[in-house]
Design a binder for this molecule. Structure first.
Ligand SMILES: C[S@@+](CC[C@H](N)C(=O)[O-])C[C@H]1O[C@@H](n2cnc3c(N)ncnc32)[C@H](O)[C@@H]1O
Length: 252
């Protein structure tokens, strides 16, 4: 899957507002307690996670398969190393020297097998993981439309198709990561990090609605276009909640 810089920029403020602050602060404290810390960010995009954790003084290794996004991350600055690679090659992910792996908006794309393989690699070197903002299946509008549930169900079904890592766990990605780390002896905390979008985020809502309708149509929702048209009409005023989960798993 490819992601546009514009879309990642559009969501960054909403992501920052949504991140669970306790988990983010605990991740920052964990980084600060390491000697010469190196953080490896998976599916880094333009470096949103690094910016969200900027209070932690660390070296960052940003990994993504999209060279344009990595070039943009470099252009935006910071002392970073970038690695262009396909993360499906779990055994080849360069984790050497790191104490924490991070990710945002990634684990809903991942499959069970990929998460288990990554968990094995992290556990083998007792590396922690902070995975924020994985979509959890909740999509709600304050003023309901008769087809909201159908759109959500069709969108969630599409979320479980292949997104580049084998069959995606979609809304169950974060909870599977939490379980995988728990059974490997980690101290695991999970917290909700929903987007709560209002008029100020109308542009994000419009873009999101387009993506939901496209995915819902792929999953067989016959009237996705009509639902989208009605929802777009009220995007300036409608309030919408998009559920996410943050997971922090630290070696105990
Ligand atoms: C939803 S975006 C999130 C980007 C960034 N973490 C953020 O929060 O802004 C998912 C990112 O994962 C990357 N990605 C998806 N599949 C990948 C793969 N197989 N290997 C490496 N990167 C991948 C995409 O290029 C994209 O940058």
């Amino acid at each position: 899957m490819s992601f546009a810089v514009d879309w990642l920029d559009l969501r960054e403020d909403a992501d920052n507002a949504a991140r669970d602050s306790d988990l983010r602060d605990t991740a920052v404290t964990f980084i600060a307690a390491q000697r010469d810390p190196l953080v490896v960010d998976l599916g880094a995009g333009t470096g949103s996670t690094m910016r969200a954790l900027k209070t932690a003084k660390a070296k960052w290794r940003l990994i993504d398969n999209d060279p344009a996004l990595l070039a943009e991350a470099e252009r935006r600055g910071g002392t970073i190393e970038t690695v262009e690679m396909d993360l499906t090659r779990v055994e080849a992910i360069p984790l050497d020297g790191s104490s924490l792996v991070t990710a945002s908006a990634l684990f809903d794309l991942a499959s069970r097998a990929w998460i288990d393989a990554l968990a094995d690699r992290l556990a083998a070197s007792r590396i922690g993981i902070y995975a924020a903002l994985s979509y959890d299946g909740i999509l709600q509008w304050e003023l309901a439309d008769a087809d909201d549930d159908a759109a959500r169900d069709a969108f969630n079904a599409d979320q479980r198709t292949v997104k580049g890592f084998g069959p995606a766990l979609g809304p169950d990605g974060a909870s599977h990561l939490a379980e995988a780390m728990k059974i490997r002896g980690y101290a695991v905390n999970v917290a909700p990090s929903p987007w709560r979008l209002g008029a100020a985020e109308a542009a994000l809502q419009r873009s999101l609605l387009g993506g939901i309708a496209e995915a819902a149509a792929r999953s067989g929702m016959a009237n996705a276009d009509e639902w989208l048209a009605r929802r777009l009409q009220s995007a300036e005023t409608a309030r919408c909640t998009v559920g996410h989960l943050d997971v922090l798993a630290l070696p105990s």
